[in-house]
Write a protein that binds this ligand. Structure first.
Ligand SMILES: O=C(O)CCC(=O)C(=O)O
Ligand SMILES: [Fe+2]
Length: 281
């Protein structure tokens, strides 16, 4: 039966040879140094994005980094790593079976699951064996890499949502600032996404002003656009200037699918005079 075939396929994919790992390129010292500079010194080549081995990082307009081919299959040769496409396409199918809640108001319109980590039995990573593997990679490989590379203090809390954006969906400008969120991640799972499909992750410049004696920042204009490329991971520091948005989806034939969430750690209380905080429930 097709159900049996499905089971056989899943079993095969979940054997160790088929399980993807983080792209080994991110562990190269050169790349780590670029990311560290972008996240700590606040200036990489005067803010020009630095390209290194299929990854881009910059401190402008705020510290961020894009890792293309984020997951790949381990291979015998250290220079040649295959993309983990069959795993990722199967993961995508498992994610699409989760329960998505439509979310909409004047700031956004898209659909999202409930929190996927740490709530077994509700919706969670438990429902997808492949997602469980990805969550393990985030906890055991990416989190230590982030601690080491960015020097940002992070605790063990990672949360995750799966989001779907279809034609006309969008998420307007916001900064992600909520207590304890330190680094945002977005992992894209829509094959063949192009700039013409809409849905770019747009990063804003900001202007500083005084408010009750402290400096606060307002978004001004989009200065960088990130195409949500299949199997790419975007990381950025959540900070008073981390203004970003998801441009409206233009394509009627594709769904923009992503796994998104935050690495947590201690944050300073900050003034928030007129920012609306989006509820994540
Ligand atoms: O999907 C993206 O590119 C960004 C999503 C985002 O900013 C959020 O969910 O807070
Ligand atoms: Fe965001």
């Amino acid at each position: 039966s097709s159900e049996n075939q499905n089971k056989t396929k899943l079993k095969k994919i979940s054997q160790s040879t088929y399980k993807p790992i983080l792209n080994p390129k991110i562990f190269e010292e050169n790349f780590r140094n670029q990311v560290r500079t972008a996240f700590t010194n606040g200036n990489v080549k005067n803010g020009e994005p630095v390209n290194h081995n299929n990854a881009v990082c910059s401190s402008q307009p705020f510290p961020y980094c894009i890792i293309n081919d984020f997951l790949c299959l381990p291979s015998n040769s250290t220079t040649d790593t295959e993309p983990a496409n069959s795993f990722l396409l199967e993961l995508k199918e498992q994610l699409l079976k989760l329960n998505f809640n439509p979310k909409s108001n004047d700031l956004y319109q898209f659909a999202q699951t409930s929190e996927l980590i740490g709530k077994p039995g509700i919706n969670g990573a438990n429902e997808s064996s492949l997602l469980r593997h990805v969550v393990t990679l985030l906890h055991h490989k990416l989190l230590p890499w982030l601690r080491d590379t960015t020097t940002i203090k992070l605790n063990d809390d990672v949360d995750m949502f799966c989001a779907q954006y279809k034609e006309t969906d969008y998420l307007l400008c916001h900064d992600d600032e909520l207590e304890n969120r330190r680094i945002a991640y977005v992992y894209y799972l829509s094959p063949d996404w192009s700039i013409n499909d809409g849905g770019a992750l747009q990063l804003f410049n900001s202007n500083q002003r005084e408010y009750n004696g402290s400096a606060i920042f307002d978004p001004s204009s989009v200065i960088h656009e990130i195409v949500p490329k299949f199997n790419s991971l975007v990381l950025f520091e959540v900070c008073p200037t981390s203004y970003h948005q998801v441009a409206e989806i233009i394509t009627s034939t594709k769904t923009r699918l992503s796994l998104t969430g935050w690495f947590h750690g201690p944050t300073e209380p900050r003034p928030h005079p007129d920012h609306q905080i989006r509820d994540q429930s």
